[in-house]
Design a binder for this molecule. Structure first.
Ligand code: ZN
Length: 250
């Protein structure tokens, strides 16, 4: 990836969740922070939100490397809806009806795991790339042995974090916004937070920029037109709970 010239830059994001306003805001913000050569997308491009097709098409128009998430598979009938709560399942059914054959074949072709530079990319965890949440030191500790790159990028929980390998366990650290973090010798699991449905109490879209030399990551938050997304969700009859939570970032 990184050539001899200027450092390679990747936009790391996930859980777009059919939220076109949030996705567009992230792309514009990232371009304002020096831009990117590639997008690394951690899955759940669709599900919950009102614009599954436009989000897939916007991603496809970018130089991207994308893995599959549980909502991506559910939308094409390749995941069991018993894993989804009733609101999410209702949105999955609506999403399935919005997809063209081209959208479906894009989702069906997504790998569950990718490697880019020093990173492994999965949606859930390296142990269970589709469904497992990395949210506890126990799970994170068990996952460090299951990828060989120095760092692993995960999505799924929609919670931004850095998680450091510590002995046989793991230590969750905050991920300061707007600040560069030099990638350490120690191994890390990194979650860039969610673009289209943040759940850490901050409704702004969340993403990370990676610069290959010397190896820094930057966490950014960006506001977007939440009301526009909510209005579309209500117009399409998507569950009110899913629209309302976007204002809270929960
Ligand atoms: Zn998700």
């Amino acid at each position: 990836m990184a050539g001899q010239g200027r450092p390679h830059r990747a936009l790391i994001l996930g859980d777009i969740h059919s939220n076109l306003e949030a996705f567009q805001a992230v792309l514009q913000d990232a371009r304002g922070h020096g831009g990117f050569d590639e997008v690394w997308c951690l899955g759940d491009t669709v599900g919950y939100g009102p614009d599954p097709g436009p989000c897939i098409e916007l991603l496809q128009a970018l130089p991207h490397h994308t893995v599959a998430g549980n909502h991506d598979l559910a939308a094409i009938g390749a995941a069991d809806l018993q894993w989804f709560n009733p609101h999410a399942a209702a949105a999955v059914r609506w999403t399935a009806g919005q997809l063209s054959p081209g959208h479906r074949s894009f989702l069906a072709g997504l790998p569950q795991r990718l490697e880019r530079g020093p990173f492994t990319l999965v949606h859930g965890s390296p142990r269970d790339p589709i469904y497992e949440y990395v949210v506890s030191p126990e799970v994170a500790g068990a996952c460090f042995g299951l990828f060989t790159t120095p760092y692993c990028l995960v999505g799924h929980s929609h919670l931004p974090f850095l998680c450091l390998e510590a002995g046989h366990g793991a230590q969750f650290l905050g991920f300061p916004e707007g600040q560069g973090v030099r990638l350490p010798e120690a191994r890390l699991i990194i979650n860039p937070g969610g673009v289209g449905q943040p759940r850490d109490g901050d409704p702004r879209a969340s993403y990370v920029l990676f610069e290959s030399a010397p190896g820094d990551i930057f966490h950014f938050r960006v506001p977007y037109d939440v009301a526009a997304t909510q209005a579309k969700m209500r117009r399409h009859g998507l569950p009110e709970h899913l629209a309302a939570r976007l204002s809270q970032g929960r």
